[in-house]
Design a binder for this molecule. Structure first.
Ligand SMILES: *Cc1c(COP(=O)(O)O)cnc(C)c1O
Length: 391
């Protein structure tokens, strides 16, 4: 949440953020209850309650509330048996929090280009690469598929491919709480799914995450590892390495309040996406498409510019004190991963750019705060004006 550039003209208008917390109203009361009952610790009824709510909402049988989405994915790697030197495969177009866990395991990331239109991990590209890996007797230990910007990956197709090769699949659903894929919640059907309640996500616990699975043993193990892996003995005995990754009771109470308004937030973000589509109906812009049989949350409204570079638009919006951001920078372009293998699907003949590189070149995330459809509708008008002037 950076301040406007000090060198530009002072702009009295309220800053429009990319994505900010949006409280529903009951969170404070629930936090008060937690204080009154002295349940602030990262264990007890407030945490349990939030976990039951996540299970009921997602239809995934077991949930462990954790300190972040990144820590949830770190634990997912451990639970999937990822060890130093193993390969973990996933999309290049994602956020670092989905990759840091496997790096902490000492695993080798292999990054994949995405499927055009759906932006997710491409099942046919994955299948071709898995078959080649099987011939070379070097299958990945785990595949992590990302649900980008409130859109589900093509989970069934990916599960068909991975299960045929006996490779487990975990979803990084950090951006997809509320997303439905063929009528079920994003990540349902994967071995495990990770959620994030970071401050910029569709709901927030101020900071937090969760790991979910239909396999209760995995989630019991996740809770064990997240509380320092203490063996059942009074004298603090450890046979495995654990972590301090649980969610505090205070944060869980905020989460319970946010769960009450989650469906409303989904509707608001979807409305905003449609509002952008109509404002930009005549502009040389495309949007992330809705997939058949799915309900996208449009956590962020992502536009794809046919002509202009997104940086010119970003700077123009910044002049009006409006925050926009480029699409995630693909992992294989990150200095940290310059040695990593990248599996391209196809390259644009003129530019030699892969699909995810083109998305990075041309994509921009527009302000997507759920407040913009009601309480702060006048700010949406400012954004719409700025966009109309630009195009
Ligand atoms: C936000 C996010 C994460 C990490 O979640 P934190 O709670 O911020 O650690 C991981 N992957 C993706 C794709 C995300 O957007």
């Amino acid at each position: 949440m950076s301040q406007p550039d000090a060198s530009s003209e002072p702009n009295p208008a309220r800053r429009v953020f990319l994505s900010k917390p949006h409280m529903g109203g009951s969170e404070r009361g629930l936090v008060d209850e937690v204080f009154e009952a002295n349940m602030v610790a990262p264990v007890g009824p407030a945490v349990d309650r939030f976990e039951r709510e996540l299970e009921a909402y997602t239809g995934i049988a077991h949930a462990a509330a954790l300190s972040s989405g990144s820590t949830a994915l770190h634990l997912a790697c451990i639970l999937a048996g990822v060890e130093a030197g193993d390969e973990v495969w996933g999309p290049s177009l994602t956020f670092m929090g989905g990759v840091s866990g496997l790096v902490m395991r000492g695993a080798i990331p292999v990054f994949f280009d995405c499927a055009p239109e759906s932006w997710g991990l491409d099942p046919s590209l994955l299948e071709a690469e898995l078959s080649a890996a099987k011939r070379g007797k070097r299958l990945p230990k785990l595949v992590i598929a990302t649900d980008l910007y409130g859109q589900s990956c093509d989970l069934d197709a990916l599960l068909d491919v991975t299960s045929a090769h006996g490779v487990p699949l975990v979803t990084d659903s950090a951006e997809a709480l509320g997303t439905l894929y063929k009528g079920r919640h994003a990540g349902k059907g994967a071995l495990m799914a990770a959620l994030s309640f970071n401050g910029n996500k569709i709901i927030t616990t101020s900071g937090g995450g969760a790991l979910l699975s239909d396999d209760g043993d995995l989630i019991a193990r996740a809770r064990f590892l997240a509380t320092q892996a203490r063996d059942p003995a009074p004298h603090y005995q450890h046979t495995t390495l654990g972590y301090n990754y649980r969610l505090s009771g205070v944060c869980a109470a905020i989460g319970s309040g946010q769960m009450q308004v989650l469906e409303q937030r989904v509707e608001q973000r979807r409305q905003l996406y449609h509002a952008y589509k109509s404002v930009l109906a005549d502009a040389p812009v495309r949007f992330l498409l809705d997939q058949p049989d799915s309900r996208e949350t449009h956590w962020l409204s992502v536009a794809f510019l046919d002509r202009h570079g997104p940086e010119t638009l970003r700077l123009a919006l910044e002049q009006d004190n409006i925050e926009a951001r480029p699409v995630w920078k693909p992992m294989h372009l990150q200095p940290l991963f310059k040695e990593a293998r990248f599996v391209a699907r196809w390259r644009e003949p003129d530019t030699n750019r892969a699909v995810c590189e083109t998305y990075f070149d041309r994509g921009i995330c527009l302000p997507s705060c759920s407040q913009l459809v009601a309480e702060e509708a006048e700010d949406f008008e400012r954004v719409a004006d700025a966009l109309s002037r630009f195009f």
